[in-house]
Design a protein around this ligand. Structure first.
Ligand code: ZN
Ligand code: ZN
Length: 385
């Protein structure tokens, strides 16, 4: 790939509008199109302008290109992206190694047209569209990822504008007005009955309501104007997400006719064998020795890298629950977070022998003289010891 500037390739200014870019591309594409241009056909040149167009016609890719140059706009951040339909197309000139694309994403996530616009629970109303262009994907997270939040690269299959015909669906990039409905997309038929005349309006059968027809369908997209491709999308999953949560990634759904759907990610979080979740709170059971309950101790917990000290006072009863504030999951839609509940459970040794057995026997003798005696006194009507 040449190091030529995409704007120069298309002959447009840096602040050209999307319409200007589209117009410039159509003109140049017709001039060099391998199937259409005849004598002037130049496949290399066509690929070059198609490549420039594919970047500059996509607002996110264009932003990356303006900021980072070709490496920023190349395939990694957006999956294989452009060029899949062209056989023998090489992207070896794209050097993107050692480039952290998640940084680019987080940088434009903070922008006005941020990619991660909102978080919604299942059941919230979605925007009504004529055509459903939404893509739904399942995302599996570990307990830790849900606790801390994670940047995920997600592969999805979605329809994107066909670069071969600039989304027109036509080889010559020309749409002709439908001769049945004359561009209206609808036909009115009048029926005469004994009760009078009725007019019925129907969608035009020839153009399916589009008002235009394509006489020379594009060979890459079969006249649809879009092709399905695999894309890799970087998504910032916020900390605190739970099963059945849905994350909406704006404008990353199918692209048909300059309309973009949204991507909906259905979250699934796997359970953890030590920590249990209840809403935003976390529960765990910590085995502890009898003597630690008696003398007290400092428990040192590690919750995914966050070291927490829990002070167990002397003479703590078995099964006591300690609450550590704000160490649960982050609230998704508001400030603050849940709490961590730690239950201390006395561990009874399964094997007793030697020195340990001898000491316990001595302890038993001592306990018989005070604890057992005391219980006997207090509960003698109910317990015989
Ligand atoms: Zn029609
Ligand atoms: Zn096409």
């Amino acid at each position: 790939m040449s190091g030529k500037d995409y704007y120069e390739i298309l002959g447009v200014s840096k602040d050209a509008s999307i319409e200007e870019i589209k117009k410039a591309y159509k003109t140049l594409a017709k001039k060099y199109h391998p199937d259409l241009a005849g004598e002037g056909a130049d496949e290399e040149k066509f690929k070059e302008i198609s490549n420039a167009y594919s970047t500059l016609s996509n607002s996110e890719k264009r932003k990356q290109y303006d900021t980072f140059g070709q490496a920023g706009a190349s395939d990694q951040g957006f999956g294989q992206g452009f060029g899949q339909g062209f056989s023998g197309f090489s992207r070896s000139g794209f050097s993107s190694q050692g480039f952290d694309f998640s940084d680019i994403f987080s940088s434009f996530m903070d922008d006005d047209d941020n990619i991660f616009s909102s978080f919604s629970r299942r059941g919230q109303r979605r925007q009504q569209r004529q055509e459903n262009l939404d893509v739904v994907e399942k995302v599996n997270l570990t307990f830790e990822e849900a606790y801390k939040g994670v940047k995920k690269k997600i592969e999805i299959y979605k329809d994107v504008e066909c670069t071969y015909c600039a989304g027109t669906g036509s080889k010559s990039m020309k749409k002709e007005t439908c001769d049945v409905c004359h561009g209206r997309g609808r036909i009115i038929t009048t029926k005469r009955t004994p009760f009078g005349a009725f007019s019925v309006e129907n969608i035009c059968h020839k153009c399916q309501g589009k008002g235009t027809i394509i006489k020379d369908p594009c060979s890459k997209c079969d006249g649809k104007g879009y092709v399905r491709e695999s894309k890799k999308i970087n998504v910032d999953i916020p900390s605190g997400v739970n099963n059945r949560d849905v994350i909406r990634v704006v404008s990353q759904g199918h692209e048909h006719n300059n309309q973009k759907g949204n991507l909906f990610l259905n979250i699934s979080v796997s359970p953890h064998d030590f920590f249990k979740r209840d809403e935003y709170d976390i529960y765990c059971e910590v085995p502890i020795s009898y003597t630690d309950l008696v003398f007290g101790t400092d428990l040192k917990l590690n919750i995914f890298g966050d070291k927490i000290k829990v002070k167990i006072p002397s003479s703590t009863t078995n099964n006591t629950i300690f609450r550590i504030k704000n160490k649960g999951f982050n609230h998704i839609n508001s400030r603050g977070s849940g709490d961590l509940y730690v239950k201390v459970v006395s561990e009874i040794p399964s094997k007793i022998s030697g020195e340990y057995k001898k000491k316990l026997k001595e302890l038993k003798d001592l306990e018989e003289k005070n604890i057992t005696k005391e219980i006997n006194k207090k509960y003698k009507d109910y317990i015989e010891l």
